[in-house]
Design a protein. Structure first.
Length: 447
């Protein structure tokens, strides 16, 4: 037996080594040690699923590694990068840099170091990864997941000159996600359908432009003349356009701060008759698409209309009702609208007369009731609300799929816009929502 021992030991060691290599392959990383890692120059991925890229754990001192990764599927236009929570590098000394090819030149996106490593969205299907370490301390290293996305590319966005819509169905207009540096995009939109000419632009809640470096300008002509509105940073919930056309101009500077961009739904105000209004008993909203709740314009006398709405999408944490600037019951206190949200004992919002509409109401998710009453005297324009939704950042609508091509993904977490700045006009309603959510959480904890 003693003569067989020298043969058995190397075979066992070889089996262990091969086993470690196979497990590493299955994890999406071909690295066994620092020597082999430095010989890796990257990879081209031909599939549609996410890929894992990582350092050795721990990494070594005195490294200078450059690797190139790309997704070859032509359906993709961007890559979502997220980091493992264990990612840790010597702060300010060991640095991971991610760059991408913009035209014929390499553009650096971001440097990462230390423990707090946020993800990013790359407006390209390929990227360069560089990692440099000094001769002192070393830590666990990094592990990232690269998910290909099928958004419109920056070049497609820049070439889009707008369009003509001959329907009153909602239309979605958006930038690339993210947009790129040094962009100037001019688009013209025209609406030729009968009765076109009064629209609401309902912005996706993740829409955000870098303040000072990018802007969105919307121009149109109405009865009051030429009007231009310019937006940057946190975009509004809605924009009203009383025209059958508008021009859109988007611009960005060479700031290096790539934000998600914008997406909005064009909602035509389709007129309804008093009989259609009276026969409308409400509906169930099962998706996150913006919508409109409105009366007839003008409403009729002697009406008593009750409508029930429910919001069943599991990711909704708040319902936002934005009042149209035309909302008007005159000064006739015999005409009124009352609204009741979830778990309310009575109608907790009521409107009488002109100019008493809140700009925005935020309700908890769940059933909502509207009750409209008019007397036998004057008639006025009535009411019009745009319905949009707040979603949970941890929800299924807030992450990208890792198993298939992702088109128009709802939210990329690390590029979500910051929480809206609380202003006097909406502080009260947002506090109301927070208080309701706090009560709900307490009830759940006490069960």
């Amino acid at each position: 037996m003693a003569s067989q021992t020298p043969i058995l030991v190397p075979v066992c060691l070889l089996m262990v080594t091969l086993s470690a290599f196979v497990v590493s392959q299955g994890a999406g990383n071909n690295v066994i040690n620092c020597t082999d890692w430095q010989l890796s120059y990257g990879e081209t991925f031909s599939g549609t699923s996410s890929r894992t890229i990582e350092s050795t754990h721990d990494y070594c001192d005195n490294l200078n590694i450059s690797q190139h990764y790309s997704f070859s599927n032509s359906a993709f236009s961007a890559i979502d990068i997220t980091f493992d929570d264990r990612t840790n590098m010597e702060d300010q000394q060991d640095i991971l840099t991610i760059s991408y090819v913009d035209g014929n030149s390499m553009t650096q996106i971001k440097e990462f170091t230390g423990e707090t490593v946020d993800g990013l969205l790359i407006p390209s299907t390929s990227f360069e990864l560089s990692f440099e370490t000094d001769s002192s301390h070393h830590f666990w290293g990094y592990k990232l997941t690269a998910t290909p996305l099928a958004y419109a590319s920056c070049s497609q966005f820049a070439a889009d000159e707008g369009g003509t819509f001959d329907t009153l169905q909602p239309q979605v207009i958006e930038s690339s996600h993210p947009y790129c540096d040094n962009m100037t995009v001019n688009q013209h939109y025209n609406f030729t359908a009968p009765q076109a000419g009064d629209f609401v632009l309902a912005f996706d809640t993740q829409s955000y432009l870098d303040i000072g470096d990018s802007s969105l300008e919307i121009s149109y002509t109405n009865a009051d003349g030429f009007s231009t509105q310019t937006f940057t940073g946190d975009l509004p919930d809605t924009v009203e356009i009383a025209s059958d056309w508008f021009d859109l101009t988007f611009s960005s500077l060479a700031s290096g701060y790539l934000r998600w961009g914008y997406r909005f739904t064009v909602l035509p105000s389709q007129p309804i008759t008093c009989s259609e209004f009276y026969d409308n008993h409400g509906t169930v909203f099962a998706t996150l698409e913006p919508s409109i709740i409105q009366s007839a314009h003008p409403y009729c006398n002697n009406m008593n209309v009750t409508q029930h709405y429910d919001f069943t999408h599991p990711d909704v944490v708040g319902i936002i009702l934005t009042a149209h600037s035309k909302n008007d019951f005159g000064h006739d206190y015999g005409d009124s609208l009352a609204l009741r949200g979830l778990a309310e004992q009575g109608y907790d919002h009521s409107w009488y007369g002109e100019g008493v509409f809140l700009d925005e109401i935020v309700l908890s998710p769940g059933p909502m009731s509207l009750r409209f009453i008019s007397d036998s005297t004057d008639q006025y324009w009535g009411y019009h609300f745009t319905v949009t939704f707040q979603t949970a950042p941890w929800s299924s609508s807030s992450t990208t799929s890792s198993s298939s091509i992702v088109a128009n993904s709802e939210v990329v977490k690390h590029l979500r816009r910051p929480e809206k700045i609380i202003t006097p006009k909406n502080a009260a309603v947002r506090m109301m929502l927070m208080f309701k959510q706090w009560k709900t959480m307490l009830k759940e904890e006490n069960k």
